[in-house]
Design a protein around this ligand. Structure first.
Ligand code: NAD
Length: 485
């Protein structure tokens, strides 16, 4: 199979074909080794402006293609992604610092996102309405127009694809801004995929860049909606900027997710699920278990087990099959993680294992002697750090779980399912998993959070119809309606 990524497109952006951007170029590094992986174009504000004009021009014709034909493009893209699976996985490992399993899972999930989107293309898209006089009254979903998508670096392919595929298939043109840390896996490869799948020119633009590129996208008058995945702080800025133009905004933001262990849980399994939840992809997941809430009868034993799990994890180059923990994406993020741990220790927390780094590799870390004011309890860490705090009864567990401005996901470990369902109802969280981990996703569920974890928007399945279309009410009369004047 010919690779999709090649030297001819290196240092370019995808906007009416591949071209040199006004914003210059930037090297892309492999975090595990520092090696240069390639280069990306950086889209300037002028590049964004040109892309918006082109997208506005191309969108109407694309919408007129009709659902079934647009669905065909999606099915071709899914087939191509299957064929080029290995190339994607390789970039997923090298550019993100991910172990193979994480990269494979992300690619597989992205195929699922594209196929689910293809299904939307041929689903009913409206209602017939009752009427006193019209021969036809209907409500139909029509595209929004141009959708701007801003994605982060931690799961760059799937977090872009879960918006790109449904937005396109529902007849919108798309401008995607991947993060500068992951512009190939989360950008160039997506552009190549849809280019090869037969998407008409101008319908998709891939515009890598930093905050300035993102701001240009959010403030461009021709962009009708912004779908943003990233931190709560940036999401707030995006919402404020978009509000000036009354632009539709979908925000999927941070989390500080609770893993609750009741006294009747299977201790070994609860610790294993907890370790997976905190350490998978170095804890750089919005769904990461950020707080372990453990019944006081089990908490000492639970911490011991969690420490055992953490110590057994091999840290190093993620392309080595023995590795469980790869690098943190960059120095700035590593500093953020170690700063939270140091401030927590100054506030009285105890490091039971880890707490150290070498290069970009941060050791899996377990903290105890935590209270609700400890920085590791309050803040989203986005690193391989597991703070453990104990509770005395179910009400106390619910109080601790809800003691956070976030509300993305939670997990409850117990052998009493009825009790767990009851606790789940009291937890302010968009997703709750009983006897599983906080880290769960599928392309056909309404994925999203409560509180500061988002704006109530949901990704996945039929939720995508609400996200990427708007309603139009249409009536038809046989002959002109007569009025008194
Ligand atoms: P970030 O907010 O710094 O960046 C996200 C994206 O926004 C990047 O593409 C960035 O270039 C862009 N951006 C930055 N400033 C901008 C601005 N002023 N205007 C427009 N765009 C701007 O987030 P990050 O550190 O890259 O990602 C980690 C965060 O994302 C964590 O908080 C994590 O929880 C969250 N996240 C949430 C989900 C979810 O589905 N809820 C999924 C993954 C990550």
């Amino acid at each position: 199979v010919e690779p999709l990524m090649n030297d001819a497109i290196s240092g370019q952006i995808y906007s009416d074909g591949w071209r040199k951007p006004a914003g210059g170029t930037r090297e892309v590094h492999e975090p595990a080794t520092g090696r240069v992986l390639g280069s990306t174009g950086i889209a300037s504000a002028e590049d964004v402006e040109a892309a918006v004009e082109s997208a506005v021009r191309a969108q109407d014709e694309w919408a007129r293609w009709g659902g079934p034909r647009r669905g065909e493009v999606m099915r071709s893209a899914a087939r191509l992604l299957e064929e080029h699976r290995e190339e994607f996985i390789e970039f997923g490992m090298r550019e993100c610092g991910a172990i193979r399993g994480k990269a494979e899972n992300e690619v597989q999930g992205s195929i699922g996102e594209i196929l689910e989107a293809a299904g939307l293309a041929t689903a009913p898209y409206g209602d017939l309405l009752p009427s006193d006089s019209a021969s036809l009254s209907m409500a139909r979903r029509v595209p929004l127009g141009v959708v701007g998508i801003i994605a982060p670096w931690n799961f760059p392919l799937i977090l872009a694809m879960r918006s790109v595929a449904p937005a396109l298939v529902l007849g919108n043109a798309v401008l995607l801004k991947p993060d500068v840390n992951t512009p190939i896996f989360g950008g160039s490869l997506i552009a190549r995929l849809f280019e090869e799948a037969g998407l008409p020119p101008g319908v998709l633009h891939v515009l890598p860049g930093g905050p300035e590129t993102g701001e240009a996208l959010v403030t461009a008058p021709g962009v009708d909606m912004i779908s943003f995945t990233g931190s709560t702080a940036t999401g707030r800025k995006v919402a404020q900027a978009a509000a000036a133009q009354l632009k539709k905004v979908s925000l999927e933001l941070g989390g500080n997710n609770a893993h609750i262990v009741l006294e009747d849980a299977d201790l070994e399994k609860a610790a294993s699920t907890g370790a997976w939840g905190s350490f998978l992809h170095q804890g750089q997941i919005c769904l990461t278990t950020g707080r372990h809430l453990v019944h006081e009868a089990l908490s000492e034993a639970y911490v011991d087990k969690l420490v055992e799990h953490a110590k057994a994890l091999r840290v190093g180059d993620p392309t080595d099959p023995e590795t469980a923990i790869g690098p943190i994406i960059n120095q700035q993020q590593l500093h953020r993680v170690s700063d939270i741990v140091e401030r927590s220790v100054s506030a009285g927390a105890r490091v039971r294992t880890g707490g150290e780094s070498s290069g970009l590799f941060y050791q899996p870390t377990v903290l105890d002697q935590i209270d609700t004011q400890t920085p590791a309890f309050r803040e989203e860490i986005f690193g391989p750090v597991a703070p453990v705090i104990s509770f005395s009864d179910d009400a106390d567990a619910v109080r601790l779980a809800n003691d956070s401005e976030y509300g993305l996901t939670a997990a409850i470990q117990t052998s009493s399912l009825g009790r767990a369902l009851d606790i789940a109802r009291s937890i302010k969280s968009g997703m709750v998993h009983i006897n599983d981990t906080t880290v769960n996703d599928a392309p056909y569920v309404p994925f999203g959070g409560m509180g500061d974890s988002g704006s109530g928007a949901r990704h996945g399945g039929t939720a995508n119809l609400d996200e990427y279309t708007q309603w139009q009410w249409v009536t038809v009369h046989d002959s002109p309606v007569e009025y008194p004047f």
